[in-house]
Design a protein around this ligand. Structure first.
Ligand code: C2E
Ligand code: MG
Ligand code: MG
Ligand code: MG
Length: 291
């Protein structure tokens, strides 16, 4: 009967929900221990100037060095951290490691900005700016060297508290960046009113923009929008020489992507810098010759 079938289905669905819930509890406990034990590692992806080729900074991208599963990527465990109340600990752990690493690179003579991804959930904790300032002070990294990236898709949820926290970070001369721009629904009014300095054009528009006129139009429109709001721009996901040239000709400021470098463990950066200095001059030839 339909009623009997319904009962079977209900039991099945509630059983699934229960096992998912216990899986999540198990997994979030494991994540909590991993954060405490320092099992999260930061990889770093360089950002370079499209006009000079100079390396302007590196972005920290967290990985979980899992004993059985190897490197686990953030799309899998950052949402879990958000759902299970671990995101403040996660962000603080990533920030501390990133600042310690950055401090060593500064001491070795690399003048970089260090970018750290933060969750919207971090921007509702009233003491978040103090936490960031304490970590900066402990590491000796000046605030103008730090960039905090916030994904655009969740900015719509902004409240008075979020605005207040962003403004306090900005007043401390921390750079604020809108990540994955174009994937959310921020209104132009919000964009104008939020205290951001930088806009990152989502890689979903950048990669493929050479073959697709629609994508190219979106990239150009984002570039013009950012410029008119006084924001600097970073193109994410630049994978080919043709995309590099396209973004240069659009007037975009900086590029990030596999064409420049994949994310790497921090200890590989010095060698990457040397290789980049060799590649860099060729990438700055006049556009007509290069294409
Ligand atoms: P995101 O901040 O937009 O970072 C860019 C993502 O694109 C990274 O993935 C990077 O490895 C990847 N990528 C870079 N260049 C290319 C390219 O040329 N082509 C393609 N196809 N991909 C490229 P990843 O490391 O898996 O990180 C995914 C997202 O996880 C990040 O996106 C960021 O939103 C989030 N995330 C990473 N680390 C943290 C963190 O410490 N805290 C928080 N809250 N989120 C983080
Ligand atoms: Mg980012
Ligand atoms: Mg991004
Ligand atoms: Mg992205």
């Amino acid at each position: 009967t339909p009623a009997g079938l319904r009962a079977v289905l209900d039991r099945h669905v509630s059983g699934m929900a229960a096992s998912q819930a216990s899986f999540r509890t198990f997994y979030s406990e494991e994540l909590r221990r991993a954060i405490a034990a320092g099992a999260l590692v930061n990889h770093y992806q360089p950002t370079v100037s499209l006009t000079t080729g100079a390396v302007v900074g590196v972005e920290s991208l967290v990985r979980w060095n899992h004993p059985e599963r190897g490197l686990v990527y953030p799309d899998e465990f950052v949402p879990l951290a958000e759902q299970s109340g671990l995101i403040d600990e996660l962000t603080q752990a990533v920030l501390r490691t990133a600042l310690d690493d950055a401090r060593r690179w500064f001491d070795a003579g690399y003048a970089l900005q260090i970018a750290v991804n933060v969750s919207m959930d971090n921007l509702v904790a009233l003491d978040f700016p103090e936490m960031v300032m304490e970590e900066l002070a402990a590491s000796g990294v000046p605030p103008e060297r730090l960039v905090l990236e916030v994904t655009e898709s969740r900015l719509m949820q902004n409240s008075v508290v979020v605005l207040d926290i962003l403004a306090r970070l900005r007043l401390r001369r921390i750079t604020l960046s809108i990540d994955d721009f174009g994937t959310g629904h921020s209104s132009l009014v919000q964009l104008r009113d939020l205290p951001f300095n930088e806009l990152k054009i989502d890689r979903g528009f950048v990669h493929g923009a050479c073959e697709d006129e629609g994508l190219r139009a979106i990239v150009e429109a984002n570039q013009r929008l950012a410029r008119s709001l006084g924001l600097r721009t970073v193109a994410e996901g630049v994978e080919t020489r043709a995309e590099w040239e396209l973004l240069r000709s659009c007037g975009c400021d900086f590029a990030q992507g596999w064409f420049v470098s994949s994310p790497m463990p921090g200890h590989e950066l010095p060698e990457w810098f040397e290789d980049w200095e060799i590649r860099r001059p060729r990438l700055l030839e006049p556009l007509a010759e290069a294409v």
